[in-house]
Design a protein around this ligand. Structure first.
Ligand code: HEC
Ligand code: HEC
Length: 199
């Protein structure tokens, strides 16, 4: 796990680098799916693709279990660098969606306190805006894919560039919830089916 700490921080808590994501406390099924996706090239970041090449499934599962079990404190919320109007748009999309544009509320799958849901929906806390924007962009442009139906590709496809900036900015300002544990399996409404989230 030390090979991972240089970029993901001790216990996967994240670092000051804008683009290196926190891993701690995300559901192990989610982390495992990502490690498989990097190994098999469905998700691209050359240092991670290289590091995981030829690693057996059981080893990836063990790493996923380790990081899922860690609970280091979340970093302090970011100070938003966007206007109040953009922040308000972000809050409204994340918490209510925009039915007229087929955008579901992010909270309907990621949880009202954004801690994710077992077994395979990640929390969205402790991530920087540049990382969140890059992931949504990767889905829109097809360089990040998950098992079909890839619900995030559908959701991201309905967002404009401004929406992406707004949701990324608002999510990064959220304080730590009292309970950082992912919601139990099946406890959230999930308005779309996700292939990565077996029922
Ligand atoms: C050189 C820096 C670097 C190293 C070393 C590294 N990672 Fe990563 N990792 C990243 C970056 C950057 C991303 C985001 C890539 C992207 O999607 O664009 C990432 C993404 C991930 C993700 C997906 C996170 C999410 O929330 O979707 C997992 C899981 C992960 N890494 C696990 C590991 C593990 C386990 C190790 C050690 C074996 C490791 N990483 C080593 C930089 C690194
Ligand atoms: C229908 C359920 C659903 C909805 C609605 C949804 N998501 Fe997701 N989201 C998922 C799933 C499932 C994943 C994991 C995909 C994978 O395995 O790569 C995910 C992953 C993500 C990630 C990657 C996190 C990381 O650590 O790399 C981001 C960012 C994200 N969602 C943001 C959003 C935003 C913003 C919205 C609202 C505009 C949203 N999601 C709405 C199901 C959903």
């Amino acid at each position: 796990m030390l090979a991972c700490a240089s970029c993901h921080g001790m216990q996967g808590k994240g670092t000051n680098n804008d683009y290196f994501p926190r891993l701690a406390g995300k559901p192990s099924g989610y982390l495992y799916n990502q490690l498989i996706a990097f190994r098999d090239g469905r998700r691209r970041y050359p240092p991670m693709n290289y590091l995981l090449e030829f690693q057996p499934d059981a080893y990836l599962q063990a790493m996923a279990n380790y990081f899922a079990a860690q609970r280091p404190p979340l970093p302090p919320p970011e100070t938003p660098i966007v206007s109040q109007d953009i922040l308000a748009l972000g809050q409204s999309l994340v918490t209510h969606g925009d039915p007229a544009r087929d955008v579901p509320a992010c909270s309907s799958c990621h949880g009202a306190s954004f801690t994710g849901m077992e077994p395979a929906i990640p929390g969205l806390l402790g991530l920087r805006p540049s990382y969140i924007s890059a992931q949504l962009g990767a889905w829109r442009y097809g360089t990040r894919t998950a098992a079909a139906p890839d619900c995030m590709q559908i959701v991201a496809g309905h967002l404009t560039e401004t929406d992406v900036t707004a949701v990324a900015a608002w999510l990064s300002t959220l304080p730590s919830p009292a309970n950082p544990t992912p919601a139990p399996r099946g406890s959230l409404p999930m308005p779309l089916a996700c292939g990565s989230e077996p029922n």
